[in-house]
Ligand binder design. Structure first.
Ligand code: BTN
Length: 261
């Protein structure tokens, strides 16, 4: 079936200052992130966007998959040149903020952020972010970052293994083109200006589990503490049960899944 996603409609909702020069729409694809990883060249511009009606191999963090059926979700990836990004270590925080704010503004909902890259609504995950970097094989320097964003807009029948955790934004659905454009309107300036204090403030205000006790593994040690919030580097701060403070960096820790249900 042909997708009803159109580049023209997406552009009609875009702010002109950060409008991407290239937006490519696919009916179906393996993964918009994987497509860009295969196709980004040295001169690929910041803002280059790929959006698909469905993905056969949608990818998530930590080698997980992202269920991406046709018609009911928004699956999009955007390229950033390394020199255009404020602070690369904050790109997932900026992208999560951009997606959360776009959902709030276009769907009229109040989503919450599960540190570091997931967005929840009514206790279920409705959106995930996957940022992947590309490096120059000679210099080993990062040349580009691909930011992938997947939103379950009105998906109902999730596979059994994610049925308890995955949810959708609204049963009736909404304009995917408007949502994609609003994400781009937020994402491009936020990833360029990651130092903007509004980003961390917004992220912190929408963070789940603040004040809750969590279990985590830090440097191989099982620990417990109460979440305080995030710091300016996007790290999670936790008051430990012995009165100290742990600073948790994504990738270095694992939080028990029962913290989030
Ligand atoms: C996660 O849940 O861990 C991140 C999910 C990211 C999914 C999006 S959908 C568009 C882009 N293409 C992919 O293959 N993944 C991202």
């Amino acid at each position: 079936m042909k997708t009803n996603l159109s580049e023209r409609n997406i552009r009609s909702f875009l702010n002109k200052e950060n409008e991407p020069r290239s937006i490519t729409v696919f009916d179906g694809i393996d993964s918009t992130n994987a497509y860009l990883k295969r196709n980004v060249r040295k001169d690929t511009e910041t803002g280059t966007t790929v959006i698909a009606d469905s993905q056969t191999n949608g990818r998530g963090r930590l080698g997980r998959t992202f269920y991406s059926p046709a018609d009911t979700g928004m699956y999009m990836s955007v390229v950033f040149r390394a020199e255009d990004i404020g602070d690369i270590s904050l790109i997932t925080i900026a992208a999560c903020t951009a997606a959360c704010r776009a959902l709030e503004d276009t769907a009229g909902v109040y989503p919450r952020i599960k540190w570091v890259n997931d967005i929840f609504l009514r206790g279920k995950k409705v959106c995930g972010i996957l940022a992947e970097s590309l490096t120059d094989p000679q210099t080993h320097r990062i040349t580009h970052v691909i930011v992938g964003i997947g939103v379950n807009i009105s998906t109902k029948d999730f596979p059994k293994d994610i049925r308890d955790i995955a949810g959708s934004v609204c049963e009736k659905g909404m304009s995917r083109e408007k949502l994609a454009a609003e994400i781009l309107n937020n994402l491009i300036p936020m990833c360029k200006n990651t130092a903007d204090s509004d980003i961390i403030d917004y992220y912190g205000e929408h963070l789940m589990i603040v004040g809750k006790e969590v279990e985590y593994t830090l440097n191989g040690e099982e620990r417990r503490g109460t979440v305080l919030g995030i710091n300016e580097k996007g790290n999670l701060t936790v008051r430990t049960n012995d009165g100290g403070e742990d600073i948790l960096k994504s990738g270095e820790i694992s939080l028990g899944s029962k913290n989030f249900v």
